[in-house]
Design a protein around this ligand. Structure first.
Ligand code: 5CA
Ligand code: ZN
Length: 408
């Protein structure tokens, strides 16, 4: 499907400011911060929205995290191939469509379009491949057939299930033990108690047609894809195996990323991703911000209320991508003050050298995308009027644009 238009990103290298260091990020599978510094090209997959409601600040925080990763990789001199999906057919979307009397496909298109507009306003780098589940049915069917040939699929009534223990390394992504998996699974779309399953953790690959639900006529029969196999199929097709980073919010570690990785590994005999990177959860009013709970602070509402998208971006940048945090109105107020201070500082020609601050920003971002440390370096620079380099403001303006995506 159509992606969104990308921001112009200055190349610091072309401006004579050199390249950044190798990038490190936290890999949930390894349980540590690791260097992810491939040769020449980096391949990234980030799990996209289920488009039944508008983009909230939790979504925005997650997509910003992977935008920062891409900016650090680009500054390193890498080309980035980026794929993101849209779960444009799934239970929560169909339930919302039914509850509101809307056509499910129209609801998906409306919310996907709003998401594109929000991402554009926030200057989030778009994926080269922005791919819906509906347009990927053939890819899913091919992948399920590979799993059938590997002997990893069985029927429950007319639905197809993946035998998670066909993957000897099941559990590699989350590192959870079975008890913990069994607790989380039903909370995140799993059906451990369905009669006829061989193991409670086995997951749905293909759901046979149900009355009033959309379905597609395929070699697997008439039906629709399960959730995890959607991302496995899209990522494998558009990025290949053993791509560099599989990303998303920490609510996707288990079961979603665990299951997608196992399905892909059993089908291809190759690792799915090399690293699994997860953003923390943004909360509001004491709970995780979520479409199902309805406790939302929407990007589009903040924009409509007149908040500068760059202040919204700065509000998110003030929190490290891996921490869980709670949105309050102070976040945007503080960001607006900071933005005004920075805008004033770059126009002054008396501030000290920009290149030293650029190095601080680069070091912070290469160190597990430590945006709060980068912000602190810029704050210190903006507060310092001890005199110096007249180029300073221009260097900082380019550095903020390229590395943090903040256009002053
Ligand atoms: N379509 C699936 C992924 S394939 C999905 O999880 N969609 S979503 O709309 O629920 O979430 C979209 C992205 O935002 C996911 O990466 C999810 O992990 C992330 N996300 C959802 N809620 C929050 C939150 N409160 N804070 C941070 N990230 C969140
Ligand atoms: Zn996904």
């Amino acid at each position: 499907m159509r992606s969104w238009s990308g921001p112009e990103i200055p190349s610091l290298g072309e401006l004579g400011l050199g390249n950044g260091p190798a990038v490190t990020v936290h890999d949930s599978s390894a349980g540590t911060v690791r260097t992810v510094d491939p040769e020449g090209q980096a391949r990234l997959y980030v799990c996209g929205i289920t488009p039944y409601d508008a983009t909230h600040m939790g979504h925005a925080a997650t997509y910003l995290a992977f935008d920062l990763l891409q900016r650090a990789w680009r500054d390193r001199g890498l080309d980035v191939t980026y794929t993101q999906n849209v779960t444009d057919v799934d239970d929560p979307l169909l339930e919302r469509a039914l509850a509101t009397g809307m056509d499910w496909a129209e609801l998906a298109e409306r919310e996907t379009e709003l998401f594109r507009q929000d991402m554009t306003a926030l200057r989030i780098i778009p994926p080269a491949h922005y791919v819906g589940a509906v347009e990927s049915i053939d890819l899913v069917v091919d992948l399920v057939e590979k799993l059938q040939r590997a002997g990893a699929v069985y029927l429950v009534d007319d639905d197809l299930y993946f035998d998670v223990h066909a993957d000897a390394n099941f559990g590699l992504v989350s590192g959870l033990d079975e008890d913990a998996m069994l607790t989380i699974f039903p909370e995140r779309g799993g059906d451990p108690d369905r009669p006829g399953k061989k193991h409670p953790l086995d997951c749905l690959l293909w759901q046979a047609e149900r009355p009033d639900d959309p379905s597609w006529e395929t070699r697997l029969g008439s039906g629709r894809p399960g959730w995890h196999v959607e991302c496995a199929a899209i990522a494998l097709h558009h990025l290949g195996t053993a791509f560099d980073v599989q990303g998303g919010g920490s609510d996707l570690v288990f079961p979603h990323h665990e299951m997608s990785a196992s399905e892909a590994t059993v089908a291809t005999h190759q690792p799915f991703a090399r690293a699994y990177v997860h953003a923390g959860m943004v909360g509001y009013e004491g709970e995780k911000m979520s479409k199902s709970k309805g406790n939302l602070v929407l990007v589009s509402r903040l924009r409509a209320d007149g908040h500068d998208p760059m202040a919204i971006r700065l509000a998110l940048l003030a929190h490290h991508y891996r921490t869980d945090w709670e949105w309050t109105h102070d976040d945007i107020t503080t960001a607006e003050v900071r933005l005004a201070r920075w805008r004033d500082a770059v126009t002054r020609t008396i501030a000290p050298s920009g290149e030293a601050v650029l190095e601080q920003i680069r070091t912070a971002m290469a160190n597990d995308l430590d945006a709060p440390a980068a912000l602190a370096a810029v704050d210190a620079w903006a507060a310092d009027d001890s005199g110096g380099d007249p180029q300073s403001g221009r260097t900082i303006r380019s550095a903020l644009d390229a590395l943090l995506g903040v256009a002053l």
